[in-house]
Design a binder for this molecule. Structure first.
Ligand SMILES: Cc1ncc(COP(=O)(O)O)c(C=O)c1O
Length: 386
């Protein structure tokens, strides 16, 4: 946030912002999706009241989201083993999950992969929950540290919570393959560990259905767990605070109890969720034409991320930059990529070339456009030669 502010204050015309976690087009904008505009027009036409929505959210929204995540033919849904509440964005969902863990899993540890999305530790830690790290990603090779991950998770005790990113791991962009997901799921089940899947980028890695496959695999094996979904990115609904916390339970009575308990938490924290974003998502997901158009817009975003990664790779390679600096740039997925740039090099990029990125070298891929990519590649090449 501080870097973003510093970027805004910088008068240089050639400045480039690779910090923000917001999808941008090749024109450098973050427009409202067309399908969202269409849904909003429908909603405006029929809106008759602004009364509170139910504490746990509106049923149509929650039903649509559950079938998006678990699949229309999900046996878990048929058995009513899933209970969900609308949360104010993914962050709100993580907070609600944290409250639930603090209340019902006393003494348990939350395990967070390294490198981490910092807010996981921020949210769970602030609730007094003990957090531990497990090795996840090797920056030098651009790949997941499978052996080390399983070795570290061997230390977890039954009932501990393991945080996994549903897809497009933030910040690395490295996701387990299908076989690793299965192995992880079996591992969690055998050791009685509880998965908490944070799904902030559904559709950005390999497509909507493919990406949902990971959490479906986990819950083929694990009887219980939590899923936090955000629609900030794939619906571009950042400021509408639209997310869902879902509980997967062993039976329908447990699912109802989890929702009831969380309803009490919601009452204490913010009483009832915002309506607009959830109604947009429900309108789009429940109308086959709008839903198809949404999946096409998500696919266009995904393709832009893939092609930008490729273009950056080509721009750097043509300047003889050793691509070891950017492990997995073209094979990893999602909005973010980690570079091996040192903090000093990151500072030099900012101070001398007005290119902003996080101190850990993370860049936001869609902060690059076809007009800035060569300039960024030039600057990186120069800083590396320095
Ligand atoms: C892994 C992860 N979880 C949760 C969130 C929060 O999502 P939201 O903006 O909907 O609160 C983000 C956003 O960047 C994220 O990257």
């Amino acid at each position: 946030m501080g870097l973003d502010e510093a970027f805004r204050m910088n008068p240089a015309l050639e400045k480039v912002n690779l910090v923000v976690g917001v999808y941008q087009t090749d024109e450098g904008t973050s427009p409202v999706l067309q399908v969202v505009k269409e849904a909003e027009q429908r909603l405006l036409k029929h809106e008759a009241s602004k009364v509170y929505v139910p504490m746990a959210g509106e049923a149509q929204f929650l039903t649509c989201v559950e079938s998006l995540l678990f699949g229309e033919k999900s046996s878990l849904l048929a058995a009513h083993r899933i209970g969900s509440v609308h949360s104010p964005g993914g962050t709100g969902g993580l907070r609600l999950a944290g409250e639930f863990i603090a209340e019902t899993c006393a003494g348990k540890t939350v395990w967070i992969g390294d490198p981490a999305y910092p807010n996981h530790r921020g949210i769970f830690g602030s609730l007094g929950i003990s957090c531990k790290g497990f090795r996840y990603f090797d920056l030098a090779t651009g790949s997941i540290l499978e052996r080390e991950m399983f070795a570290d998770l061997e230390q977890a005790k039954p009932g501990d919570i393991i945080v996994l990113h549903g897809c497009c791991h933030n910040p690395s962009g490295a996701d387990p393959g299908r076989e690793t997901w299965r192995a992880l799921a079996e591992f969690l089940r055998e050791r009685d560990l509880l998965p908490l899947i944070d799904l902030a980028y559904l559709g950005y890695a390999n497509g909507l259905e493919e990406d949902a496959g990971s959490l479906r695999t986990v819950f083929e094996h694990c009887d219980e767990g939590l899923v936090v979904t955000s629609f900030s990115k794939n619906f571009s609904l950042y400021n509408e605070r639209t997310g869902v916390l879902s509980f997967v339970c062993t039976d329908s009575a447990s699912a109802e109890r989890c929702v009831a308990r969380t309803r009490t938490t919601i009452r204490r924290l913010y009483s009832s969720p915002p309506a607009h974003g959830a109604r947009i998502v429900a309108t789009v997901l429940s109308d086959p034409t709008l839903r198809k158009r949404w999946s096409e817009e998500v696919e266009a975003m995904r393709q832009r991320m893939i092609s930008t990664r490729q273009l950056l790779h080509e721009a750097l390679s043509s300047r003889q930059v050793d691509m070891g600096i950017f492990p997995g740039l073209t094979t990893l997925r999602g909005m973010f990529a980690l570079t091996c740039l040192t903090e000093a090099q990151v500072n030099r990029l900012r101070e001398q070339h007005h290119i902003y990125m996080l101190p850990n070298g993370r860049i936001s891929i869609t902060g690059l456009t076809s007009t800035t990519i060569d300039r960024v590649a030039d600057a990186i090449a120069r800083v590396l030669r320095h």
